[in-house]
Design a protein around this ligand. Structure first.
Ligand code: COA
Length: 331
């Protein structure tokens, strides 16, 4: 099995663990179609989604992030005392300040560690991995806890048939640690500099003016689809070059779980061999933005479709338009 060679400067880093948390309410397409003019058949054909997971009122972004984080630390075989930094990705934390990461640190009993949020939407988890890898590479940290948590069911106009049925709730977390050999390649990451508003969340003042409880997700679905299937897929090919591997070396592909047809288009563009296990977690989870990749990764390890030590290509993309893609060794 191919391993990542020395593909970045500084101390090598790897994922020690990953964990996922799914909102506990299952919302089927049939249930959803009471709110929009659609059908189970249309949603399945156009997106691959059969059901999505939504959080109950008790499953806040904090509670879900804490549950995933505790599991990730436990699976890493370390204690919370070992954590040197905590970084959280979210677009659905309902408070501008303080950061969700500070509340998560308090909930976990962490003190005197840097704890801060990033906002990179559905690219968030891949951004977190790159940030954590960089902290380890620079020597600033040996163990970094990264977490992503989203309650997108709060942020949808449930009657909007062009967006509402896509989204779900959940969290994921991982521990990135110093290692003897590299287990994370340098990310190919960035923003396009165009189509900034193709997908995002409307401004709070607009939501207040419309007397909504929360701002809603708005997007030009076709535009996002085309960009992801072509330009982001090309970035994923660059990530393989940056990792000094080819598609033949991969064991796993985990794209952001936005639409099964986007995943299909990426597979065609990347020409992945048949032996590569591909996550289709969107089928039962919906799109959970930054949380989608760690939830999918954890599920593949749990159901045996992926194994520790395999090389996985991760591809995150979303609002901004932001993307990040890298190769990791499965924890
Ligand atoms: C939203 C998305 C599923 C729409 O699928 P699509 O195949 O592009 O569908 P279109 O918008 O072109 O609509 C096709 C037809 O289906 C209809 N339609 C749209 N939504 C529908 C729904 N929920 N149920 C039934 N029909 C629907 C349209 O009215 C249109 O009908 P027409 O051909 O008679 O005009 C798809 O564009 C998508 O997933 N885009 C990416 C979005 C995304 O990932 N966003 C987050 C990024 S992080």
């Amino acid at each position: 099995m191919k391993t990542l060679t020395s593909c970045a400067s500084g101390s090598p880093a790897r994922l020690l663990s990953v964990a996922g948390y799914r909102g506990s309410r299952v919302v089927s397409n049939h249930e959803f179609c009471q709110w929009i003019d659609s059908s189970d058949e249309w949603i399945q054909q156009r997106t691959g989604i059969t059901e999505r997971r939504w959080a109950t009122p008790d499953e806040t972004v904090l509670q879900m992030a804490a549950a995933a984080s505790r599991d990730a630390v436990q699976r890493a075989g370390i204690s919370l005392d070992n954590i040197d930094a905590l970084i959280v990705a979210t677009v659905s934390h309902q408070q501008q300040s303080p950061a969700l990461a500070t509340a998560l640190a308090a909930a976990l009993g962490l003190s005197d560690v840097p704890a801060f949020d990033i906002s990179a939407a559905c690219a968030g988890f891949c951004y977190l991995i790159e940030l954590a890898r960089s902290l380890v590479a620079s020597g600033a940290a040996r163990h970094v806890l990264i977490a992503a948590s989203e309650r997108l069911s709060d942020m949808i106009d449930i009657t909007d048939r062009s967006t509402a049925f896509l989204f779900g709730d959940g969290a994921g977390a991982a521990v990135v640690a110093a290692a003897d050999t590299p287990g994370i390649s340098p990310a190919v990451w960035g923003t396009t500099g165009t189509n900034v508003a193709a997908v995002g969340i409307e401004p709070w003042p607009d939501a207040v003016a419309k007397r909504q409880a929360f701002p809603h997700i708005v997007m030009d679905g076709a535009k996002v689809f085309r960009w992801a299937a072509t330009e982001v897929a090309a970035k994923a090919l660059e990530a393989l070059v940056a990792a000094n591997i080819t598609v033949a070396d991969l064991g796993v592909f985990i794209g952001h779980q936005a639409n099964s047809r986007i995943i299909d288009a990426m597979l065609r563009r990347l020409a992945l061999p048949d032996h590569v296990a591909v996550s289709r977690d969107i089928r039962i989870q919906g799109n959970t933005s930054a949380a989608s990749i760690p939830i999918a990764m954890s599920a593949m390890l749990e159901d045996g479709s992926a194994h520790c030590g395999q090389l996985a290509l991760l591809v995150g993309f979303g609002a901004g338009l932001s993307y990040a893609t890298q190769v990791v060794t499965m924890p």
